[in-house]
Design a protein around this ligand. Structure first.
Ligand SMILES: [Zn+2]
Length: 571
């Protein structure tokens, strides 16, 4: 198609028209699908706004005015009249735990339990319907919603769960509470030492309280029976349906198990994969992907591998993010480097191996020294192997040292961030780390000012998968406790266009797919979301109430609210 040369010299509107000149019409096929009378924000800087889009097969073939696109209409073209609603590129969540998220849809829900009594009541209720010996997992409890905000102990649930092993997670995934049966199954006693990068919380007598931090949770995870293939398949199908219902068309699955990949492949073969997935297994397994010689983003439009997920440190809420200076009111505690960083040369060696094999590296780093240390290691890799388009990522990039924004940009590191965490952690971050450090926390504006690329995601199941909540968070920075209605560090707010851009083009770039998806552009995959309200013009605080009406992946309608019975459910 010889439109390119002309497009550079004509105005953009004229360019779109070229797709519908009569000489073309004789040879070009009719579109399979037309979405017309929409308000389209394309995320394509060459033509940010349009009215209509034509789809042929799984790709967008034309974008323009409703009358331009009408020329693509044939007798069998399916037409969606958007009635003036806003159409966006599909959301690409750059950081999810898809199977844990899917599991969470079925697990006991503890996140909105506002007292330890309610927490215990829900576990009791669940234990009554759980077959003997089967585990109660998940939960996402959040003790900061309790007063006083004390970490729960096994004493709260032991009497309710004599025959049911319980290991319920804190919402940040860096701590969990085990009951006595679970501790017994895992062999954890007063004599068990803290593992590197982990803590067994103990009472005054030195006995485990049931709370386990970071690497200490592995004692428990080792004894939980693995999911069967069929269980996993069921969980993933549920996650796919949920993702479609909230407008997520691509995800990047961090720390995926190989068994997850097998399930994705099976669904792909059956034509049932309705979400595009980029898989990043643990860097601990770097040898496997390195041996294959595949490099980053290897695969097809629905399923790619070639990335690795590493851990530098823990989280803010659990007191395990790794800082230069101690947390406030926690003695000398300045966090923990993860077990993958003991010693740091172990991580460097794995990075070198991964990079030599052309694999992409995504590293969880939250505290300022954790982030800084990873930037050092990234710089070591570049020094050893030379400049290349590697798209190193730091996942979360929460608490930045002032000196590191510039370095982030120089090393071309992508900040893969989750704005919902900002309005969640914003409730307590200053009490943990003080005003100065908090001012460089979730510093999205400062990143953009330094020319750092942002990719947006949620960290589901840690935070809700719903992209409208994430956009709301990035645009308002209004903390969940209602105490910062005009924004927590409001100078870091983003515009709606910047936020949607980070969630679409930004995330696509973070997985080397910016030429395939991320904008509503002719030639790209037809992944699009129709929403109930125009987020560019409504009051920002209303963005969280906006509903997804239709979700299309590769031109296929994978969610249609008018056909779905239930209203919006927020996980
Ligand atoms: Zn995560």
């Amino acid at each position: 198609m010889a439109k390119t040369a002309v497009c550079f010299t004509l105005s953009l509107g004229a360019c779109a028209l070229l797709w519908s000149v009569p000489t073309w019409a004789q040879s070009k096929p009719a579109a399979d699908l037309i979405i017309t009378d929409a308000k389209i924000w394309t995320a394509d800087k060459s033509m940010p706004w349009a009215q209509a889009v034509a789809v042929l097969g799984d790709r967008i073939v034309a974008v323009g005015s409703s009358s331009d696109i009408d020329a693509w209409r044939g007798p069998n073209t399916h037409v969606i009249d958007a009635a003036g609603k806003l159409l966006l590129p599909g959301f690409n969540d750059a950081h999810v735990h898809l199977v844990s998220g899917g599991k969470q849809l079925d697990n006991v829900q503890l996140n909105d339990a506002t007292t330890p009594e309610e927490f215990a009541r829900r576990i009791d209720e669940r234990a009554k319907i759980t077959p003997k010996g089967e585990w109660i997992l998940g939960g996402n409890w959040d003790e900061t919603k309790w007063s006083p905000p004390n970490i729960p102990t096994k004493a709260v649930i032991d009497a309710l769960t004599p025959d049911t092993p319980v290991f319920v997670s804190r919402y940040d995934g860096h701590m969990g509470l085990a009951n006595s049966l679970a501790l017994r199954l895992a062999g954890i006693t007063a004599k068990t030492p803290d593992p590197p990068g982990g803590t067994i919380v103990r009472d005054a007598q030195g006995n485990p309280t049931g709370a386990l931090k970071d690497a200490a949770t592995d004692y428990i995870y080792k004894v939980i029976p693995p999911l069967s293939h069929d269980q996993r398949l069921k969980i993933v199908k549920r996650a796919l349906a949920y993702a479609a219902s909230v407008g997520v068309t691509s995800v990047q699955h961090m720390v995926a198990d190989y068994e997850d990949i097998a399930v994705y492949r099976e669904l792909l073969e059956r034509g049932e994969l309705t979400l595009r997935i980029y898989v990043a297994p643990s860097i601990v397994q770097v040898e496997d992907q390195a041996k294959l010689g595949i490099g980053h983003a290897f695969g097809g439009p629905y399923l790619r591998i070639g990335a690795l997920k590493a851990f530098a440190d823990g989280s803010l809420g659990s007191g395990t993010a790794y800082f230069y200076q101690p947390f406030l009111n926690q003695g000398n505690n300045r966090g923990l480097l993860s077990d993958e960083m003991h010693p740091i040369s172990l991580m460097r060696d794995r990075y070198m191996k991964a990079d030599a094999a052309g694999l992409q590296i995504c590293t969880h780093a939250i505290g300022d020294e954790g982030i800084s240390t990873i930037l050092d290691l990234y710089a070591d890799v570049i020094k050893a192997h030379g400049e290349a388009d590697r798209r190193f990522r730091i996942e979360h990039a929460q608490h930045m040292a002032a000196k590191d924004f510039e370095r982030f940009a120089q090393l071309h590191v992508i900040a893969s961030v989750q704005p919902y965490h900002a309005i969640d952690d914003g409730r307590f971050a200053e009490s943990h780390i003080g005003h100065d450090r908090a001012s460089r926390t979730y510093a999205f504006r400062t990143f953009l000012d330094h020319g750092v690329r942002l990719a947006f995601g949620t960290d589901w199941e840690v935070a809700p998968l719903d992209p409208l909540l994430t956009l709301y968070a990035a645009v308002t920075r209004a903390t969940l406790d209602g105490k910062n209605p005009s924004g927590w560090f409001p100078e870091q707010k983003l515009s709606v266009a910047e936020a949607v851009g980070a969630y679409t083009m930004g995330s696509a770039y973070a997985e080397f797919q910016e030429n395939e998806k991320g904008s509503i552009t002719a030639g790209k995959l037809a992944d699009m979301v129709l929403v109930s309200d125009d987020i560019f013009s409504i009051a920002p605080e209303k963005i969280r109430d906006v509903q997804v009406l239709k979700t299309l992946v590769g031109g296929r309608l994978v969610f249609d609210r008018s056909a779905a019975a239930n209203g919006k459910s927020q996980n």
